[in-house]
Design a protein around this ligand. Sequence first.
Ligand code: SF4
Ligand code: MSK
Length: 672
Amino acid sequence: MAEVKAKIVKQANAAEASIDASTQEMILRAQQLGVETVFDRAVTMKPCAIGMQGICCKNCAMGPCRLPLPKDGIQGEDTRKGLCGATANTICARNFIRMIAGGAAAHSDHGRNVAITFLAAAKGEVDDYKIKDPIKLRAIAPYYGVATTVEEDGVVKDRDIQEIAIAVGEIAVAEWGKPTGSLHMIKRAPQPLQDKWAEQGVIPRNVDREIVEIMHRTHMGVDQDYKNLMKQGTRASLADGWGGSMIGTDLQDVMFGTPSPLQAEADLGVLKDDHVNIIVHGHEPLLSEMIVAAAQSQELIDYSKEKGAKGIQLAGICCTANEVLQRHGVPPAGTFLQQELAIITGACDAMVVDVQCIFQNLANVAKCFHTKLITTHPIAKMEQPNVLHIEFDEHHAMEDAIRIVKIAIDNYENRGSEVMIPRHKSSQIAGFGVESIQYHLGGSFRGDYFTLNDNIINGRIRGIAGVVGCNNARTKHNDEHIRIIKELIKNDVIVLTTGCSAIAAGMHGLCTPESAAVHCGPGLAEVCETVGIPPVLHLGSCVDNSRILLAATEVVKAGGLGNDICDLPAAGSAPEWMSEKAISIGQYFVASGVYTVFGYHMPVEGAPVFKDYLYNEMENMYGGKWDCEPDPIKHAHLMIAHIDKKRKELGIDTARDRVLMDMADRQALGME
Ligand code: SF4
Ligand code: MSK
């Protein structure tokens, strides 16, 4: 081992830090080697109680102004004020929507980079990117206002695919800064939802403007009304979910292929001690797609053999993992909290990172091993001298990828003797999406999602849950994700999952059809068995939460379950959230009509009036609302209670005795 720089002040208790055997083993291993990890730092440093409650303002140099709640709570009027007079509600709302701005900016900048590369590919200006899924391009083009047919001499013909791609690419890129109008993707939402957004004045104009306006409104001395601040927060979050993220997902699918179910493994045990191990970590698949291609090339596999390895093992961390998993079956090595541990195996020859969720401490950990840590994005560099920066450019993408893979191969011989790869790994099926759910759970002759809707109406499936988001070192790693998901499927609620939650589900064997018989209630188990799907459907990365919005829209369209997303027996959850992106996602779920429960805590406890606005009043505006429950079982049952309430409102609560519906039943429910 090269050098141990960090001194572990206090050691985490591995069994209390995570439920994963692999994570526990590696925490102990790190401590044995004297390498500090996030789990140890979480024991050493406690969070600031005022900041946690959302009531610290540092928006000008007269602060920071901290407005703690009185010990006995607010009795009568809340008289707390910052130096400028800002109230707790104003400060809390400003902080909250700045989190939305941060999250929406991250997702949307990802989407923008994809759109720019897509347009360059469409114009033939870059060699390494192509239109891989022309069917999806034709399917989405109308949403961008692009015609897919042309009339020549009175004959209607398919329009040239490159022409469509250029038109879609130009319109997509303009969504970030167009001077007039509103975002095109908004029109994909159910009409009643669009009407609510219009009534509330929250339809996004362009992506960048909504984010910039948050920064303006929250500057010292501008917007001082928490409701007006949240209006802008909502508009920016919609610009994320129904804008930047949705465009990102669409165009990635067109360029790299729309995912369809495939088999893979998950957990640190996917690393191999006789292979060159390369880990891709971050979010944007523009480079990782090229690294997959390079690592699979015979030339580089042969080169790895020349260097004494048996081949190249590529694996992922965080959402880059989900991107390369859903399209290529590349296994995730772990979630957000396992990034340092992957290097501590001593078997990681290169870790290649781009943007978002990358620990600065990776450089300190890499210093202790032979691992080459490579940053690749112009906006995300690390200052430490042991980090290599190879700036990725879409004009020479494959060349960059080959260079990176070669660096990893050349580094294989430098592995020390401290290799310890945990043996744990699970099988999973990933790669679900709007299209594949339609294929598996759709009907051939009726509405697209007919079979899914029918099974919800007849009660085999009680409802739908979206369980998404991060890990958080303040909670027990993966515990909340897994306990909430298990409780939901035990109660016949089918789970759609993305992000690190999806990786956790895969690691714990919940993304296999076989898990249905073990963990599901009888209704959901029967559906999964009949159709051959897992009870937990892996829908991809954080930007792919847009797939959940579109899947919910398809359920509405298929009929029989109301007219809007808020009518569906459905709920959302982010059990171990930590990122600003999670707040943006949460708000666009809420504003799309979804009851959304966060785990751990919400940074609004210090402003009870603002909290009530999010947790109650918002439902009157959009049909969705926020909630928070750290206890996983109670958390799951809040979601189930909401699902049951919606079933009752739809008049399908009595169908839970699973009487098969005949034509007359369907007619009564307005499905025919
Ligand atoms: Fe304090 Fe007001 Fe300045 Fe915030 S904006 S730091 S509340 S004076
Ligand atoms: S990677 S944002 S920790 S889900 Fe998308 Fe995981 Fe959360 Fe990052």
